[in-house]
Design a protein around this ligand. Structure first.
Ligand SMILES: Cc1cc2nc3c(=O)[nH]c(=O)nc-3n(C[C@H](O)[C@H](O)[C@H](O)COP(=O)(O)OP(=O)(O)OC[C@H]3O[C@@H](n4cnc5c(N)ncnc54)[C@H](O)[C@@H]3O)c2cc1C
Ligand SMILES: *[C@@H]1O[C@H](CO)[C@@H](O)[C@H](O)[C@H]1NC(C)=O
Ligand SMILES: *[C@@H]1O[C@H](CO)[C@@H](O)[C@H](O)[C@H]1NC(C)=O
Ligand SMILES: *[C@@H]1O[C@H](CO)[C@@H](O)[C@H](O)[C@H]1NC(C)=O
Ligand SMILES: *[C@@H]1O[C@H](CO)[C@@H](O)[C@H](O)[C@H]1NC(C)=O
Ligand SMILES: *[C@@H]1O[C@H](CO)[C@@H](O)[C@H](O)[C@H]1NC(C)=O
Length: 531
């Protein structure tokens, strides 16, 4: 049987130009929305056809990877920008009734752009207007709409309390909708775990257009939307989160070492210390091929530790003097500050920058980039590291970011949420390459580089499955070909992202969205016998 959306593609192609067909899709969509909401005058303000003069700027506003900003990138037929929850319900019902795929976008940070591109005709549900944040200091909780960005969340908490925070990502423009759907981690994960470990309630629009909360959605769906990935189960309208304590004063530092000054020993030792030290200390390690300072024209490796300590400088120096004396950290190398200022510093702003920058949505700005991920469960030997440095220098530009786990991450059972990478993981690796050159040749150059490095890393990382982090979306590890909706395909990436939790996600998906309305390149597939 030919799937409905493929028929639609054929029909659209037979019926004439894409522009015409896009107009007719627009007309039926708007008609349906007007009927559903009973408010045609509101509808006329939230729907952008391709021919609308603002279409391109609305589309670009939340493109966060320039790879998906070219003329050959697939474009939605329509962008709908709800300002009320009822608009979201109507958008779901109407996309379904006209047989269109609906892609949901909150902050647009998906590394593969799958919130705003597709290989079938589609509509974007763009959540940026739904961004209110209500902080309840008494209850130490907050309701956050999915179109809010993390920077706004941190700022609104800080406005009300200097000793409460939230464990989530480091980049302030990341959207709450995708981030919390896929796990969410940042520099206090060793102390407090992931964002999803602090979700108390949620509001979701399901495939039949109903709004459910924790009680009405049931245990299984509430479990699935805390890490099972956005775009599989419904549209998250908002999450209720539990805030966590942060001290009035925290301490940060950054240390850089090159191969010439024993970087290898430091990286080796880091693997022992960073995942086991005091939960209050998070030491991220960045490893990059760079120009040598001592030998002109030669390349070397730089290892940088960027750290946050939930405590003061004195305690930190005492701790590191004991556990990591090789760093040689002194008073002048560490800086005490307020928690909110550490958020700003981690976002790469200079010390002293006003927290107001956290509210900056930085629209329509991006690099060309590709990311991949891995988990390390046994330390890499000195020999292994030295071999790796040679390969990194040979490859060219790709860097590695090591994010230590341990602490709270090891205490939470792997099945508590869909995110399975808990005890037994020393650290997560993010592979990272950014470039400025436009075009297919550069794209091939840099994506080939990062894939080569990933392949060289095979002996050092988790196996059977080789695990990956959902929020570091990587279509190289397998995709779902539309129309096939195949379990076999889903299992390839699903088991890497979710390990033993994959089966339960398939069961939930089959029960709540048996028609597979919410689907994307790596969504959870339906199992016919489980529906
Ligand atoms: C610069 C940068 C820095 C990052 N830093 C971190 C970090 O420190 N820690 C970390 O854990 N991750 C980080 N990430 C990854 C980030 O968490 C994920 O890309 C996340 O999914 C982004 O959420 P979003 O709403 O911005 O993305 P989007 O692209 O809008 O969405 C991502 C996915 O979720 C779906 N989705 C979006 N909104 C909803 C919704 N309301 N309901 C249902 N589904 C939805 C989309 O359809 C898509 O499949 C970073 C990414 C970038 C680009
Ligand atoms: C473009 O779409 C927006 C949002 O629906 C609407 O307010 C605006 O009037 C449209 N512009 C034109 C020229 O149709
Ligand atoms: C997209 O490309 C246009 C030029 O074609 C540029 O002005 C814009 O800044 C780019 N946006 C992103 C997010 O890459
Ligand atoms: C590197 O290690 C050697 C041998 O342990 C030591 O003498 C030297 O001081 C170290 N260099 C740096 C920059 O720490
Ligand atoms: C600490 O600061 C001093 C003075 O700026 C500097 O010489 C030294 O290299 C720094 N140490 C580290 C580990 O960064
Ligand atoms: C390929 O990448 C290298 C850096 O690793 C760069 O020097 C070179 O210019 C790139 N070539 C192209 C065609 O982009």
């Amino acid at each position: 049987m030919v799937p409905v959306h493929l028929l639609l593609v054929l029909l659209l192609q037979i019926s004439g130009s894409w522009a015409d067909s896009s107009d007719s899709v627009y007309d039926s969509f708007v008609q349906c929305l007007s009927k559903q909401t009973g408010k045609p005058e509101e509808v006329s303000k939230i729907v952008y056809a391709q021919s609308n003069a603002s279409f391109t700027s609305v589309l670009r506003a939340y493109i966060r990877n320039s790879r998906f900003n070219s003329s050959s990138t697939s474009k939605p037929l329509i962008i709908v920008t709800p300002t009320q929850e009822s608009h979201v319900q109507a958008a779901v019902i109407c996309s379904k009734s006209i047989g269109m795929q609906l892609k949901i976008r909150s902050g647009g940070h998906d590394y593969e752009g799958i919130s705003y591109i597709s290989d079938e005709p589609f509509i974007i549900l763009d959540m940026f207007n739904l961004r209110s944040i209500t902080v309840d200091i008494e209850e130490q909780s907050a309701w956050v709409e999915s179109g809010a960005i993390l920077g706004e969340l941190y700022y609104r908490i800080w406005e009300k309390s200097k000793v409460l925070g939230f464990p989530a990502g480091i980049c302030p423009t990341v959207g709450v909708g995708g981030h919390l759907s896929g796990g969410g981690y940042g520099n206090i994960l060793r102390k407090h775990g992931l964002s999803v470990d602090h979700v108390m309630d949620a509001k979701i629009v399901t495939a039949d257009g109903k709004i459910l909360d924790k009680d009405s959605m049931g245990e299984d769906l509430f479990w699935a939307i805390r890490g099972g990935g956005g775009g599989s189960f419904g549209v998250i309208l908002s999450y209720k989160i539990r805030l966590v304590p942060v001290p009035e004063t925290v301490t940060i530092f950054r240390v850089e070492r090159y191969l010439e000054d024993n970087a290898t020993d430091i990286v080796y030792k880091w693997q022992q210390v960073a995942p086991t030290t005091d939960d209050n200390l998070f030491m991220r390690m960045l490893i990059q091929p760079v120009n040598s300072k001592v030998k002109k024209g030669e390349r070397t490796i730089r290892a940088s530790i960027v750290a946050l300590f939930l405590g003061n400088a004195e305690e930190l120096l005492l701790l590191l003097g004991k556990e990591f004396p090789e760093l040689g950290l002194k008073k002048e190398n560490v800086t005490e500050m307020r928690w909110i200022d550490s958020v700003v510093w981690w976002a790469n702003y200079d010390i002293g920058t006003s927290p107001d920058v956290l509210l900056d949505r930085n629209l329509d700005s991006a690099n060309f980039l590709k990311r991949k991920s891995d988990y390390v469960q046994t330390p890499i030997s000195i020999d292994g590291l030295e071999w790796l440095w040679k390969k990194m220098i040979e490859i060219g530009k790709t860097g590695l970011v090591f994010n230590p786990y341990g602490g709270k991450m090891s205490e939470i059972p792997a099945s508590a949420t869909p995110f399975p990478h808990r005890a037994g993981n020393l650290f997560k690796i993010q592979y990272s390459v950014n470039w400025e050159e436009e075009g297919a040749e550069a794209d091939k150059n840099y994506t080939t580089q990062i894939r080569r490095l990933f392949s060289y890393m095979t002996p050092f990382v988790s196996k059977n499955p080789r695990s990956a982090y959902l929020n570091y979306r990587d279509l190289d590890i397998g995709t779902n070909h539309f129309g096939k909706n195949s379990l076999e395909e889903g299992e390839v990436y699903g088991v890497k992202y979710f390990n033993d939790n994959y089966d339960r996600l398939v069961k939930v998906k089959s029960a709540v969205d048996p028609d597979n309305f919410f689907r994307n390149e790596q969504s959870i597939p339906v199992h016919p016998s489980k529906a």
